[in-house]
Design a binder for this molecule. Structure first.
Ligand code: SF4
Length: 204
């Protein structure tokens, strides 16, 4: 028999599939399904948006393109596998202009916010990892937090969970955070997750 969470998630996936809130997303794939990861995952990653050559094609966040390949290596540095984490985005459709990825508009982030909030509630992870500034702002619009890329990797207590800010794994991030440093960030994330507990100040 399906659990309440499974039934509620299937309903959410159906709502997302039928969503027409953002006119510019007409014809784009809605990237939310069982392929995003297991309900009850201890760790949930939030990135920015499905990539044109990545999730828009594969239906799985952070897969199938250069960003996905980098993320695969970063995940391994944290001692994690895709099968045990849940991956999603601040917006669930690929924002695209003239055949190129573009940042999601403020209105698109606002339209998709409730889907992110409901996904968090259903997966109910211990640790939320925000990948980049857009993800951090999207989570902050659900509930304020003190996490910032100025303090990358520093966990804060948020909504009864641990929130960890990391850089987006895309190749463009290389200017801000070289890949070797990102590998070290994910290694540190792995230590935080293994400890599995944090004190009331949010220090892991
Ligand atoms: S980005 Fe989110 S709110 Fe906008 S059309 Fe896609 S699923 Fe709907």
């Amino acid at each position: 028999m399906e659990s309440f969470q499974q039934v509620a998630f299937e309903q959410l996936v159906a709502e997302v599939a039928a969503c027409r809130r953002c006119p510019a997303m007409a014809g784009r794939r809605r990237v939310l399904s069982a392929a995003n990861g297991p309900l009850g995952a201890r760790v949930l990653f939030v990135a920015e948006a499905p990539g044109r050559r990545g999730a828009e094609r594969t239906g799985i966040p952070l897969s199938g393109d250069a960003t996905g390949r980098r993320f695969e290596r970063l995940l391994a540095a944290a001692g994690l596998s895709r099968s045990e984490v849940f991956l999603t985005n601040a917006v669930l459709c690929n924002p695209c202009r003239a055949g190129r990825n573009r940042p999601p508009a403020a209105s698109e982030l606002a339209h998709c916010r409730d889907f992110l909030r409901r996904t968090l509630a259903l997966v109910d992870p211990e640790v939320v990892v925000a990948l980049g500034g857009v993800a951090l702002r999207a989570l902050g619009a659900i509930a304020p937090h003190g996490a910032s890329l100025a303090r990358v990797g520093e966990a804060v207590s948020w909504q009864g969970r641990l929130l960890v800010p990391l850089y987006h794994p895309g190749p463009r991030t290389e200017h801000h955070r070289p890949f070797a440093q990102q590998l070290a960030d994910y290694h540190r994330l792995g230590v935080v997750i293994q400890r599995g507990r944090w004190d009331a100040t949010g220090q892991a």
